[in-house]
Every structure is written in structure tokens, then in C-alpha cells.
Design a protein around this ligand. Structure first.
Ligand SMILES: Cc1cc2nc3c(=O)[nH]c(=O)nc-3n(C[C@H](O)[C@H](O)[C@H](O)COP(=O)(O)O)c2cc1C
Length: 330
């Protein structure tokens, strides 16, 4: 596995291999969103042997009204830091780098139990059976601060970097997608405006994490729905993100989630989009989706279609997948 075994440095983060465990929600935290011993054992099991270059931990909520579901990981309070620190230590001990994915679920949040209302970029994000509140300019500024505060906690907990979640229909994806963002102010309209909040968050997060830590963003690049984002939108957005200081682009799906209908059987089903984005960017790109065969991952890298390959469900099913892949025993 010549290409999978090649190291890569992303800003200050030295990755031993090109294999990535992508973020996968476990619902394994306690009621307050704190890391449990069982969750540490799970990540220990997945990373043993150090075959994964990078682990991106499951999405964690930056504020209570952005919580996606019960027992989701929290990064909304300073009290989360000690548990996160122990989690990082577990993964580092196994020789892997680790980045925290931070998220606000927006209209997809379920904060009603806490007496809060889901929020979104525009009325178009809501429906009668999915009500919510449209964010004002002041609310947006507060959400930018929430991401920056969360990123500061991530660094305090010892992570090697931060990933901003803007895929799978969550809040930042709702801003990016014309299907849910029909705002008429500077945060809506052309793609430059639809990623304005992303650029503000990127700058605020960089300020919070300093110059050494890696800053990643998972982009729900294309919606694959009529009227949704196209590959040209993704190229324009990615160039703006790169210019604003992004270190690595993690490519995934938009309003159709982490899969695309009709491509489920394809190894690396976001490779067409990722390869195009790689051509347009100088920062490394990560592709995830459908890879179960290590030879397919190796072929994607060899063909120069991506710099890193994520393997999720295959690793969920078999914790020794990475070991078998990297040692040729798969
Ligand atoms: C159980 C489960 C939980 C997931 N949770 C997240 C998440 O928290 N954040 C995220 O960006 N993607 C999440 N995903 C998507 C994965 O990161 C990945 O993109 C997807 O599983 C496709 O890759 P695969 O075919 O290798 O599994 C999740 C996927 C699964 C199966």
C-alpha cells in the first residue's frame, strides 16, 4: 500500500498514513455530552496499531440550540475539556492524530427538550412540521463566536486541529445551499454570500486556535437535487475557503447526506467531485464514501484524485480493517 502509507503534513500536523477515520456519531456520551469510559474504549479499539493517519471525532455541538440528538458529544462548555483531553490522550497513545469536528445542527437540531427552538438561515429551511426561527445578523455573529469558543476548547483539550462541519444538511450546509438559504441580505444570494458565515467562522476559529493547529472543513459539496448546489458552486466556495486560510478540504454530500442515490455501490462515490476540487486547489483534499476495499483507496491516491481517503462503515464493522488494509491482509 505504497500511497496509503505515505506520510503527509497538514500545517503542523504530521500524519503517518493517508487513511482517515471520518467523523461518525456514536451517541456514546453521557446525558450532558461528556466523554464516557466506553467511548474512550471504542476509539482505543478503532485506532490500535496506529494504522490510521487521522481520526476525525464525531460531530460535537457548539451550543445547546445546535444539538442534533441525545448523548451527542458536547464542546459547548469548558467543563467538556477534561473528558475530551482523556479522549485525545487515548488516540495519541495509539500513534494517530486527532481532529474534532464541531457542528451546529440548525434546522436539523432537536433542542425542544431544552426549551429551545431550531434556527436556520431562512424560512425556506422550515416547514409546518419542521418549524424554526430565522437567524438575524446579531444571531449570526453569536454563532460565529460559538464556533470560535468551541475551537478554543478543542485546542485546550489537546486536539491536533478542528474540523468545521458544513455538510449533510446541518446549519452551515443550510447557509451554503440555495435550497434552504433564500436570504436577501449579505448572507444570501450568490455563492460568495452563502459562504460568508463560513469565512467569518474560519477567521474566528483561526484566531482562536493559533497558527500551528490544522483547520479543516467538511463541505457538502454538491446537493444532487434540482435547484441545489452544483460542482461549480463547490469550486467557487472551496477557493474562497482556501483563500481564507483553510488547511484541508474534506469532501462529502450536501442535502442528500453522506450518500448519493445511485452511487452507493461505488468505491469512493464522491471521487468525481473531489478530483475536480483537487484540480482547483493547492490544499489537500479528503474523499470519503463507499470505500471497503483497500485497493480502491490506493487507486484513488495513485490516480491523484485525492490526498487522503476516509473509511467509515467498513471500520465500524471491523476494527481491524485498517491493520489488514495496511499490512495487505485484507
Ligand atoms: C453511524 C454514522 C454516523 C455518522 N456521523 C457523522 C458525523 O458525526 N459527522 C459527519 O460529518 N459525518 C458522519 N457520518 C458520515 C461518515 O463520516 C461518512 O462520510 C459516511 O459513513 C460515508 O463513508 P463510508 O462509506 O466509508 O462509511 C456518519 C456516518 C455513519 C454511518
Amino acid at each position: 500500500m505504497e500511497y496509503l502509507n505515505r506520510p503527509l503534513t497538514v500545517r503542523g500536523m504530521e500524519l503517518a498514513t493517508r487513511l482517515v477515520m471520518p467523523p461518525m456519531a456514536t451517541g456514546g456520551c453521557d446525558e450532558a455530552g461528556r466523554v464516557t469510559q466506553n467511548l474512550r474504549a471504542y476509539y482505543d479499539d478503532k485506532t490500535r496499531g496506529g494504522y490510521l493517519g487521522l481520526v476525525i471525532t464525531e460531530h460535537s455541538f457548539v451550543s445547546p440550540e445546535g444539538m442534533a440528538g441525545p448523548r451527542q458529544m458536547s464542546v459547548a462548555s469548558d467543563e467538556d475539556i477534561p473528558g475530551l483531553w482523556q479522549l485525545v490522550e487515548t488516540i495519541h497513545r495509539n500513534g494517530c492524530r486527532v481532529v474534532a469536528q464541531i457542528n451546529h445542527a440548525g434546522r436539523a437540531a432537536r433542542p425542544q427538550q431544552a426549551g429551545l427552538v431550531p434556527v436556520g438561515p431562512a424560512e425556506a429551511a422550515f416547514s409546518a412540521d419542521r418549524p424554526g426561527r430565522v437567524l438575524t445578523g446579531a444571531d449570526i455573529a453569536q454563532i460565529v463566536r460559538r464556533f470560535a469558543d468551541a475551537a478554543r476548547r478543542v485546542v485546550a483539550a489537546g486536539f491536533d486541529g478542528v474540523e468545521i462541519h458544513s455538510a449533510h444538511g446541518y446549519l452551515l450546509n443550510q447557509f451554503y445551499s440555495p435550497l434552504t438559504n433564500t436570504r436577501t441580505d449579505e448572507y444570501g444570494g450568490p455563492v460568495e454570500n452563502r459562504v460568508r458565515i463560513h469565512l467569518e467562522i474560519l477567521r474566528a476559529v483561526r484566531e482562536a486556535i493559533g497558527p500551528e493547529k490544522a483547520l479543516l472543513l467538511r463541505l457538502g459539496a454538491v446537493d444532487h437535487v434540482p435547484g441545489g448546489n452544483t460542482l461549480e458552486d463547490a469550486v467557487a466556495a472551496a477557493k474562497l475557503l482556501e483563500a481564507a486560510g483553510l488547511d484541508l478540504l474534506d469532501v462529502s454530500g450536501g442535502m442528500t447526506g453522506f450518500t448519493v442515490k445511485g452511487r452507493e455501490e461505488m468505491q469512493g462515490y464522491f471521487t468525481p467531485e473531489t478530483a475536480r476540487l483537487k484540480e482547483e486547489l493547492t490544499i489537500p483534499v479528503l474523499v470519503t464514501g463507499g470505500v471497503t476495499d483497500p485497493l480502491a483507496a490506493e487507486a484513488i491516491l495513485r490516480a491523484g484524485q485525492a490526498d487522503l481517503v476516509g473509511v467509515g462503515r467498513a471500520l465500524l464493522k471491523d476494527s481491524r480493517w485498517a491493520e489488514k488494509a495496511m499490512t495487505g491482509k485484507a
